[in-house]
Design a protein around this ligand. Structure first.
Ligand code: PMP
Length: 345
């Protein structure tokens, strides 16, 4: 049976990327040594990290002002590290509260400074947004004007699903496990104008300026994650790049929103302008039917459609590696489920 993985993360990776990794993990470029066994100071590892850096920089069209860091911790850890790295001189920061992940970002950042919610104050160190709320299925398609403050974004769940205009963003960060690599790698991209703004208490390996100056090699980096990120960047580029990923995300999500909107029994509660092209959160109006839907979907090979506890009961994550055929299969499944309910007297 063909299966499709709609999980929100760790998420589906392209088969071709997994196949290549399988071969190279055992024998790194004919050296008879596994990729995982190469010391991180070795020239072979320098090649891996530089290849990934180059591939991602080129895919993102990253200007020279912006440094790309390969760190660990996950975005949840960076909720705190972002604040620690920016609040040295100015003690306030502005956060847009859009859902579960911005709530968590605010809770962490507020340990290090005063957080102003949903408005801009001119003496703040930065303005923070969550570009795509994975849990609620809400995405910014136009970004708020930070009124001269550095704009910082958690882009965890829509990174590499659309182009990013780096004239707008001064710092972005993401966990890798949606569109970039397996879990365990965090990507941080920061403008050098934000260097040297870290609080004294910032752990050295999470001091963004120090890591930028040391090319992310202050301590042992996530070798597997960096390697996989390089393969993924190449895969996205071979598929047509970020504009093509945006076109596909739009096409896949439109198909799903359309069946949901045309059903009497399913609903999506996100306002049109904020509907995510990546995480479609929906549910049956009769909550008692959501479990039945999940069971039948799983039996039909449509996997991991359960929503987050803080969001709608159902969620389809449509990351880059999920083919259009998977979304067509899900849309048809929803249609059939809907038709059966229509027949119930
Ligand atoms: N931000 C967003 C938008 C997310 O979707 C997630 C994970 N789903 C996180 C932050 C947290 O990532 P992690 O669990 O890797 O720390």
């Amino acid at each position: 049976m063909t299966t499709f993985n709609f999980g929100a993360g760790p998420a589906i990776l392209p088969q071709a990327v997994l196949e290549q990794a399988k071969a190279e993990i055992f024998d790194w470029q004919g050296s008879a040594v596994s990729l995982f066994e190469i010391p991180f100071g070795d020239a072979a590892f320098s090649d891996v990290i530089e290849t990934t850096r180059k591939a991602l920089r080129s895919l993102l069209k990253l200007p020279d002002t912006h440094h790309l860091l390969f760190l660990q911790g996950g975005a949840y850890a960076h909720f705190a590290f972002v604040a620690m790295n920016l609040l040295k001189d100015r003690k306030r920061a502005c956060y847009f509260k859009t859902g579960h992940w911005s709530d968590r970002a605010i809770a962490q950042a507020s340990k290090y400074g005063e957080i102003v919610v949903d408005r801009i104050v001119s003496d703040a160190a930065y303005c923070h947004i969550t570009t795509n709320e994975t849990t609620q299925g809400r995405q910014f398609h136009q970004f708020p004007d930070p009124q001269g403050l550095p704009l910082v974004a958690d882009v965890t769940s829509d990174f590499l699903t659309r182009p990013i205009d780096f004239s707008l963003f001064d710092l972005i960060y993401a966990s890798a496990q949606k569109n970039v690599a397996p879990a365990g790698l965090s990507l941080v991209i920061l403008h050098e104008k934000l260097f040297d703004r870290a609080l004294e208490i910032t752990p050295r390996v999470f001091n963004y300026t120090e890591q930028a100056r040391n090319k992310s090699r202050l301590n042992t980096p996530n070798v597997m994650g960096i390697y996989m990120a390089g393969l993924m960047a190449k895969w996205v580029s071979d598929q047509g790049g970020l504009s093509e990923m945006a076109r596909r995300s739009q096409q896949k999500s439109a198909l799903l929103y359309d069946v949901i909107d045309n059903s009497r029994f399913f609903e999506n509660c996100v306002t049109m302008q904020m509907r995510s092209h990546v995480n479609v959160c929906f549910g049956l109006k009769d909550d008692a039917l959501n479990d039945l839907f999940l069971q039948q979907a799983q039996a039909a090979g449509l996997l991991h459609l359960k929503g987050h506890a803080k969001g709608a009961p159902l969620r389809a994550s449509l990351y880059n590696a999920l083919p259009l055929s998977g979304v067509v299969a899900l849309a048809e499944f929803i249609d059939r489920f809907d038709a059966r309910l229509n027949k119930v007297p």
